[in-house]
Design a binder for this molecule. Sequence first.
Ligand code: 3PG
Ligand code: MG
Length: 407
Amino acid sequence: MTTFRSLDDANVKGKRVLVRVDLNVPMQDGKVSDSTRIEEIVPTLVELAGRGARVILLSHFNRPKGPDPKHSLRPVVPEIARLTKRQVGFAEDCIGPKAESAIASMKDGDILCLENTRFHPEEEKNDREFAKKLAALGDIFVDEAFSAAHREHASNSAIVTASSLIAYPGRAMKSELDALARAFEHPQHPVAAIVGGAKVSTKLELLGHLLTKVETLIIGGAMANTFLVAKGNAIGKSLYESDLVATARDIMDKAKLLGREVVLPVDAVVAKKLAEQVPSRVVSIDEVGADDMILDIGPHTVEHVVSVLARSKTLVWNGPFGAFEHKPFDNSTIEIAEAAAELTAAGRLVSFAGGGDTVAALNHASVKHRMTHVSTGGGAFLESLEGKTLPGVKVLIVPQNCPVPGE
Ligand code: 3PG
Ligand code: MG
């Protein structure tokens, strides 16, 4: 069993607590335009400050090549202050005299945000010397950045391995880790997975890994087209990956061998092109015309997917069904999301979802808050579903046979 330290056991009063957060948030006109990632970390920040810690925030922002005011974290600070209802200080560098003097003047309960860690190229190289300089600024390390945990960078990896800092998962990180364990380490069977999106190529490892974990694999999005071609269906002008048809066939063979069900569309909503409110019609999957594009699954497929969910106890969802950004091709995703939310509310399904498009689709269907757990991670959620231990999580694991110290 994987063991993590608990923040409950950390003595943080008067301590400098370095909290790795993911402040890589969308901005518009110099203001935060989507605060989801900040909202997620607020409880941990407020708790630590309330317990008398000196809370020092470490984060990357965008992908700058060296110091660049366009990629400063400064404009994010007012939003952290608004949501934590506390004053939040800012230091113009994440190491060196500017960081040190700002930290030296902190009092218990203060929150300070350090400048973008990626202003130092050593950050992305997971450089140990740079990490030691970061580590020297604190007494305790808390990682609250699940959505950056697939990166092996100095502020979430070497900061622990190159120092003697004791590392704790933050509250939101812990709930992500608990949800993943619930979905994969000891799930209630049967488990169904929905994998959608455009490309098999980006989700190949994911499909292979999921087949060993789930009873039913439901394939949605344009990815399903590659599988349909592998089955010998004509798909007209629909998107697919010709070089992955053989791979799709292998995945279906492997599923058969393992006795897993792969759900593919039996009918589809087709149109002549992808555009808002373009004329569309429902056809059986054997009747897709030469100039048709498959843009959503049809009602019989929706019915089948819903029946699979009704007999499953756990659902893992990554990737929408149709071209959900365009009406009416969002219909199936909305219907299936509603069904998943209802089953979850009735206590019949434990539902996990993650990935940028998936979260957007669940928001669009207004069911995000009715799922058991929706991950903040895009790449991090995907790589977790591939069965990988993320570098940012690895350093939080307490080695076996090692007593779990408070600090
Ligand atoms: C993200 O937004 O995906 C994380 O913050 C990681 O950022 P990156 O993709 O630039 O490494
Ligand atoms: Mg990214």
